[in-house]
Design a protein around this ligand. Structure first.
Ligand code: PA5
Length: 427
């Protein structure tokens, strides 16, 4: 089953953009720009031997370690965390359903909090641990600091020789501090391809190794991505999955009905908390790709139904600067039946039925208030669907950026903060 897109009545349909969307999509598929290597990752991996090496390393980690600490920030952790939380949340360290038999995954180096890292350092003392350190540049401060901490903890626990065997580094083939260190210390390494940027790297070892280490079928993930690629290629214009890019572009550049136009904010909304990090990944993908030269749609996210009780009022009656993109999981899997005594409205209904009533009801209410709503339906939580979602959003994001005339693949603003932070540390 494939993911599908449905446009509400206030969404500006991508009319008149067919030729421009096809041209943008073709330029991406033909890899005419720098950093477009991600467009053919699914088929490359499915064919190549490197895939087997990733799976083998992940299997070894699963056999040997009770804890895998993945160190990285931005594009070097969000994709992996998004997929693991969506498909195997019980593999995250500290999850209430963790049974202690499988390898648990934790992420580090994605903030500068001592208390956050202290908890993980304590876990290293009691759990057999391996580290996967990821940095494309090999020079980013947050993961460098976290890696130094966890490497020291491994050496303390296992001795230097064994500790070095418990580290996998994913970085540039030739340059960067991490590459130099990996070569010097003899870590097992995987390469972040030169032609793939951080936020488009989830289908490289950056995402695939941690995802496979969580026991998720990466072949099915890649197959899903390939299916979406083929679906886009069979309908590269506004009649296929890239209609979403056209709608986003028109919503953010034209005047529609009631409220404030053009729309400056896109709110990604989800009802399944397992999609929280997928929304974080989306925010990075869209924020870094589109937010430049004074342009871009501000990407936000809301977790429903919790946030309906905090932000619902604003959505219904507040300043109408936004459109909503609902991530609607049709078959969430687990279901619970409301017991007798739950009240006449709920008795005999399942929780998923109530969630469905909320999803559909909220869309109706917001549309009645004039909000443009885009519904993206995910058939279920499966690696195939996640693969489709990754490719769908990567492609739509790059195409909207190209329609707006900005380069989707650089991030001069991120580089600026990194430089300022380093300058501050040198003082
Ligand atoms: O998308 C990007 O390029 C950035 O968000 C990077 O992923 C992030 O800054 C981490 O960089 P690096 O992997 O070089 O440590």
């Amino acid at each position: 089953m494939n993911i599908s897109t449905e446009f509400g009545k206030h969404v500006l349909l991508p009319e008149g953009l067919d030729a421009r969307i096809k041209e943008a999509a073709n330029s991406l598929f033909e890899q005419k720009m720098d950093f477009t290597g991600w467009t053919d990752l699914p088929e490359k991996w499915l064919k190549g031997e490197a895939f087997a090496e990733i799976q083998k390393t992940a299997d070894e980690i699963r056999k040997k370690a009770k804890l895998l600490i993945v160190i990285g920030i931005g594009g070097s952790y969000l994709g992996a965390k998004a997929v693991i939380e969506a498909l195997a949340p019980e593999k995250m360290l500290g999850h209430p359903a963790a049974d202690g038999r499988d390898t648990q995954i934790a992420f580090a180096g994605c903030n500068l909090s001592s208390s956050y890292h202290k908890v993980l350092l304590n876990a290293v003392k009691t759990m057999d641990t391996e580290i996967c350190v990821i940095s494309k540049s090999g020079t980013t401060t947050e993961p460098a600091l976290a890696f130094a901490l966890f490497k020291e903890a491994l050496i303390k626990k296992y001795g230097r020789a064994e500790a070095m065997k418990r580290i996998v580094a994913i970085t540039d083939e030739k340059k960067g501090t991490l590459r130099e260190e990996a070569d010097r210390e003899g870590y097992k390494t995987f390469i972040v391809p030169d032609d793939v940027g951080g936020r488009y790297s989830v289908l490289t070892p950056v995402g695939l190794l941690p995802i496979a280490a969580a026991g998720i079928d990466i072949r099915r993930l890649l197959k899903g991505a390939l299916e979406m690629k083929e679906s886009i290629q069979s309908k590269p214009g506004t009649s296929g999955p890239l209609a979403y890019a056209g709608a986003r572009y028109r919503l953010s550049t034209e005047k529609g009905g009631t409220g404030v136009w053009p729309k400056t904010t896109e709110i990604f909304e989800y009802y399944e908390p397992r999609l929280a990090y997928f929304a974080e990944w989306l925010k990075q993908l869209f924020g870094e790709s589109e937010g430049k030269e004074g342009l871009g749609i501000f990407p936000a996210s809301l977790s429903f139904s919790a946030d309906l009780h905090s932000m619902g009022q604003f959505l219904q009656e507040g300043r109408q600067i936004f459109f909503e993109t609902v991530l609607d999981v049709r078959e969430p899997g687990t279901d619970l039946l409301a017991p007798m005594g739950a009240g006449p409205l709920l008795e005999g209904r399942s929780m998923n039925q109530v969630e469905r009533a909320a999803t559909d009801g909220v869309i109706r209410a917001h549309e009645a208030a004039g909000v443009p709503v885009i519904r993206i339906s995910l058939p279920d939580f499966s690696p195939n669907v996640m693969g489709q979602m990754i490719y769908f959003f990567e492609m739509n994001c790059a195409v909207t950026a190209l329609l707006s005339g900005v380069n989707p693949f650089d991030q001069p603003g991120v580089e600026a903060y990194k430089a300022e932070m380093k300058a501050g540390l040198k003082k």
